[in-house]
Every structure is written in structure tokens, then in C-alpha cells.
Design a binder for this molecule. Structure first.
Ligand code: GUN
Length: 299
């Protein structure tokens, strides 16, 4: 059998960002509306700093306003909540993202609960989580699973009746991914660290989404021939072959083996990763439209 198609998330994300930019330009020309995204970073986590910088840059490149709030590691919860409340009231801000993880002394749930649900472009607030769970169309959907779904639909067209396995049950990826696949009429299994016969469960799936954060855990012979594999993993491992002290990114799937079995697969890097920020920009445009009473674009 031929090797799997490689799903080019970078190109897909570029296409989505282009559509978002066009929509932002139209909103400005027709309605004087410039969508605004506020990103809040507490502390100095290097990976979070990179993400926040990229979010700000891509927001501006899409013709939208970016508001960055960088707070020191010892910021108190009350101070952070006060900032969220100010952003909730600010009419130039249509989307609010508080970068996770937050320092240990801050209650993440209390902060997420404080975000105005209409501005919750991460889709982490319980109101948006609940809307997604009951399948209404006005939920803000978390960006990473939304990006995965877009790529799956692009590859497969209708997902109806397919067997989907989601490996991982996080609130950020696994659970919303399962809800989205169920809404598309898939038969959905959520597997996790206590699942028995994991390899057999995976092998039954037409669609496999791996989001466990374990480098190359999913082996080639766990994959059903022809299945579509979406690898959400971003694991940094030592890469002595690149030189001493060097590292590289690998997914949750053993790509080199899986590519010989799957029908299509996302690489790491260059698969799911670039889609996350593109979906964040998309959610910000949709949020801005709904806050202004305008019909949300189909992006
Ligand atoms: N940290 C890692 N991924 C995310 C994300 O999608 N949103 C937020 N707020 N924090 C993150």
C-alpha cells in the first residue's frame, strides 16, 4: 500500500488566516469594526512567551488589534481578575485569552469563569463547554480541536458514521474533540491511561486523534490501514543526532511507522500546531461579529 497523504497543516492554516484577513478587511470597510484580541500572560514560561508573541504577530498581520498584557509571576489572583473584568468591559476587545498554565497560586478555573462568555475565544468557560456538549451552534469552540475537525472534514468530507477514537481526555483537547466528532455523527470512543486493550481500540478507528503528550506512543500496528490520523502531540525529546544538547519535536504517534499504514496523517511539526492560532483568529472574528449583532462568517 502507498504511504499516507501528509496533511499540510501549515498550508491549511495559511489559507484560514487569509480568509480571516479578508473578513477583517470587509468588517472594517463595511462596519468600521476592527476585531480585537487581548492575550494575558502571567510569568516567564519560555514556551508560553513564544506562543503569545506569535499570537500577537499573527493577529496584527490579519488586520486585527492585538492587546498584550504581560504580568509578573507573583501577580495576585485579585489583580488578574481585575484585569479580566476591565477587558470584559472594553469595547475594543472582542476576544480574551489567558495563557495557560497559570502560576500555581492562581485558581485557573476562577479566572476562566471570570471571562465574559461572548469573549471566551478559547472556549474554556463552562458555558461554552456546556453549549458544545449539548450541540448548539453558538458555542465558542476550543481552537486546537476546531483545527483538527477542519482538517478532518477537508480530508474526508462527511464524517457521519465513522468510528473515531480520541486518545486523551483533557478539557483543552480530548473532551471537546470528542464532542465535535459526536456532533458530526461519528461513533466516538475516548481512550485514556486506564483504557484496556488500547492497541485494539485504536485499530478499530477510522479516525484517530492522539492528544496524550507521550512521545511516539501510538505504534504503526495500532493503526487501521487507511485511517486518518491526527497527531496533537508536541513533545520535545533529546536529539543527540543533531548535536550535543539538541532537542526536537515529535508527536504522540510514531510517524515513520504510521505513515506506512494510515490513509492520511498530520506531521509534527507542521500539522495541528499552526492551525491553533489560525482558529483563534477565526474565533475572534466570529466573536466580534456576534458582539456587534452581525451575522458570523463561515470561515
Ligand atoms: N496553553 C496551551 N495551549 C493553550 C490554549 O489553546 N489556550 C490557552 N489559553 N492556553 C494554552
Amino acid at each position: 500500500m502507498a504511504d499516507a497523504d501528509i496533511i499540510n497543516g501549515k498550508a491549511f492554516a495559511e489559507g484560514l488566516r487569509h480568509r480571516v484577513s479578508e473578513e477583517a478587511a470587509r468588517l472594517k470597510a463595511d462596519h468600521g469594526l476592527v476585531p480585537g484580541l487581548a492575550v494575558v500572560l502571567v510569568g516567564e514560561d519560555p514556551a508560553s512567551q513564544v506562543y503569545v508573541r506569535n499570537k500577537g504577530k499573527q493577529t496584527v498581520e490579519a488586520g486585527m488589534q492585538s492587546f498584550e498584557h504581560k504580568l509578573p509571576d507573583d501577580t495576585g489572583q485579585d489583580e488578574l481578575l481585575a484585569l479580566v473584568h476591565r477587558l470584559n468591559q472594553d469595547h475594543a476587545v472582542h476576544g480574551i485569552l489567558v495563557q495557560l498554565p497559570l502560576p500555581g497560586h492562581i485558581d485557573e478555573k476562577a479566572v476562566i469563569d471570570a471571562i465574559e462568555t461572548a469573549k471566551d475565544v478559547d472556549g474554556f468557560h463552562v458555558v461554552n463547554t456546556g453549549k458544545l456538549a449539548i450541540g448548539t451552534n453558538d458555542a465558542m469552540v476550543p481552537c486546537t480541536p476546531l483545527g483538527c475537525l477542519m482538517m478532518l472534514k477537508d480530508k474526508l468530507g462527511s464524517l457521519s458514521g465513522k468510528k473515531a477514537l480520541v486518545l486523551g481526555r483533557s478539557n483543552i483537547v480530548g473532551k471537546p474533540m470528542a464532542a465535535l466528532l459526536l456532533k458530526e455523527n461519528c461513533t466516538v470512543t475516548i481512550a485514556h491511561s486506564r483504557t484496556r486493550n488500547l492497541a485494539d481500540e485504536c485499530r478499530a478507528a477510522d479516525i484517530l486523534v492522539a492528544a496524550v503528550g507521550r512521545p511516539r506512543m501510538v505504534k504503526g500496528d495500532w493503526i487501521k490501514p487507511g485511517a486518518v490520523v491526527i497527531d496533537v502531540g508536541m513533545n520535545r525529546i533529546d536529539a543527540p543526532e543533531k548535536g550535543e544538547g539538541k532537542t526536537r519535536l515529535v508527536g504522540d504517534v510514531d510517524f515513520d511507522a504510521a505513515v506506512r499504514v494510515a490513509g492520511a496523517i498530520t506531521p509534527v511539526p507542521g500539522g495541528v500546531g499552526p492551525m491553533t492560532i489560525a482558529c483563534l483568529l477565526r474565533n475572534t472574528v466570529v466573536a466580534a461579529c456576534s458582539q456587534k449583532g452581525l451575522e458570523a462568517p463561515d470561515l
